[in-house]
Ligand binder design. Sequence first.
Ligand SMILES: Cc1ncc(COP(=O)(O)O)c(C=O)c1O
Length: 305
Amino acid sequence: MPANKTQYVWMDGKLTEEKNVRVPVLTHSLQYGSGMFEGLRVYETDRGAAIFRLQDHVKRFMNTAKIYSIDLGFTADEISDAIIAVVKKNALLSGYIRPFAFYNDTQIGISTFGKKVSVFVAAVPFGAYYGKGEDAGIKCKVSSWHRINSLILPPEAKASGNYINSILSSIEARHSGFDESILLSTAGYVAEGPGENIFFVERDKLITPPREADILLGITRDSIIQIAEAMGMVIEERNVHREELYTCDEAFFSGTAAEITPITNIDGTKVGTGKVGVMTSALSKAYSDVVHGRNKEFASWLTYV
Ligand SMILES: Cc1ncc(COP(=O)(O)O)c(C=O)c1O
């Protein structure tokens, strides 16, 4: 966002300048990590700005609220309308949208009962998450921290507190000279990245860990599965052993922020040739065509603003 451009957010039903919004420093959500959120992208297309898979993101937002017994005070349609309104008001052609719910209170104490909930939606310009460019991959480290599981915290909810687990694994990877981490599930299977799902290619098959590997059910992951199916690729959702990370031909992260990010090195071992793979490139191009409205088959995933 250019420094001089007024930024608007939607807060509890009203569009307002971001600088006018106040969040109490004693909010439960800052003290205890009880915020919850979504992340969507808006893309520039020939027909203007389009939000990618709006309904699916809002559905996941509502599900997170349900898991945590948070009464948002707004329906899914109202949240969708708020997201559209923020993108419009900021005249955002391409960027990232962050709906967020938090306890708007000032009382110390873990219980959430009786606390007021506030919801805001912000939308900001946003480029490539890892910023390496399409032809370059990232170096990942398998983390010594395991992915949370639903005996401890619900991995399928997008709650702020979950990301403390992600942050620890990311810090470890960066301290060791890597770009990012890969987390294993409690059972020892490959789960996902700190904010991304993971895919592998082994002998022309596309493989991704299943729900049972304690992953967040990524909307990009689902999009890639459907796009790959339409391209005639063979897809397997199955548990992946750690050693397959070293022997696979290609690997990539998927996520709203990361989009498709090739992984070319894991724990110091080259993935395949160490260059971005053929299937990864083909899927990247296909995904880019879909989100930019150049593929009619998946046109229903776009909400034009
Ligand atoms: C832990 C985690 N896994 C996977 C993803 C990818 O999900 P999506 O494709 O819906 O953005 C995200 C991003 O939201 C995430 O935070």
